[in-house]
Design a protein around this ligand. Sequence first.
Ligand code: SF4
Ligand code: SF4
Length: 355
Amino acid sequence: MRSMDVLPLFGPDSFIYVALITLVGMVVFKKLLGRKGRKPVNPAAVAKLIVLGLVGLFTFLIPGDHLVTGVLQVPSLAGPISYDLVPGNGAAGFGFYLVGCFANPASPIPTEVPSQTDIFNLLFVTKFHGWAGGASSIAVIIVGIALFVLARRYIKWRITLSYFASVAIMAALLHFAYPGGDLILRLGFELLVGSSIFLAFFMATDPASTPMTYKGQIIFGLGLGVMTVLIQTYMGFFGGSILALVIMNLATPFIDKVGLQKPSTEKKEPKLPKAIQQTQVKVYECMRCGACLRVCCHKLSPILIKEAFDTMKVEGLVKLNADYCTGCGHCSFVCPARLDLKGSVLRAKAMLRNQ
Ligand code: SF4
Ligand code: SF4
C-alpha cells in the first residue's frame, strides 16, 4: 500500500499533515512533557516524525513511488545528482524533481531542464512546500537572524553554524564519493531544503532540548549535520534532519557533560551583564540557556547542582563540588528564569557539610 492511498500527498488536502503535526506537537508533547519539567525532545520534530511515521508504516520513510526504483524514479542522493539527467540515476535530472516538489503548484510544469539560476531562485526565494519551514529560504534566514540579534544572549547560534558547516562538508564528501554530479546543486539542496534551513535556525536551537555548554552546542550541531545527510542519503528520507534532531535531543544529557568547566576553590570574578530593574519577579522553568554555567566565580554548574539537590542525589553534589560555592549570587543574577540558584546551591553545600 502506498502513502497516497492512506493520506493525501497533494495540496490543498495534504495540508492535513501540518494540522496533525501542530496538534500532536503542541498538545501532546509541549503540554504533557512540559508538565514533567524538562522537555527531552523538540515537540514539533517528534510530532512530525510520528505523523509521517504513520504513513511510513506503509512506505518506509519516503513514498515508494518517489524512490529511484519507484514509478517517479526520483534520483537517489546515494548517486551523482545534477540539473540534467545523470544516466543510471533516475528518470530525469534532480533539478527537475526539485522544481516539481518545491515550486508553487499553480506555476506551469517546466518543459526545459532548469538552470542553476532557476534552482537557486526556487530554493532561496519562491520555495513553496505547504508549511512554515517550507517557505522561501531567504525569509527563513532573515527572520532567523533577526531573532538571533534580538535574543543573542539566549539563542544557541553555535548549533546553527556548526550544523551548516557539517552539512556542507558532508555534501562535498558525497559529491566526491559519487562523481559525475553537480556539487553546487547538492550543497544547495542539503542546506536550503525546507526541513534543513528551518530546523537550523529555529528547531535545532530550542534551548530546552539542546546542550547548555558551548562545546556541547558545537558537537550537537556537527552531529546533527552529519546524521541529517546520512539519513537523507541512505534511508531515502528527505526530512532526515527531523529524525536526526530527535536523536541528538535524546543524546543531549550526555553531550551536556562535555565542556563543563573544572570547579575550582580559587575565586575568579566574571563579567556580568547590566542589571535590569524588575517591578515583578515571575519564576519560570529552567530554559537551559547555560548562562549560570558561565558566570560562576568557582566554575561550578549551578543548575546541575540545583537538579541534583532537588532529587537528593548526594553523590552528584559531591562530584559537582557544591561545597566550593561562596554565595556570590552571580548565577541567580543572570538566570532569565529567575530561579533561586544561589539558595539551592548554598542549601546543597549545607547538606554536604552535615553529612
Ligand atoms: S552563588 Fe555559588 S554557585 Fe552561584 S555563581 Fe556564586 S559561587 Fe557559583
Ligand atoms: S538555571 Fe537559569 S541560567 Fe541556568 S540554564 Fe537554567 S535558565 Fe539558564
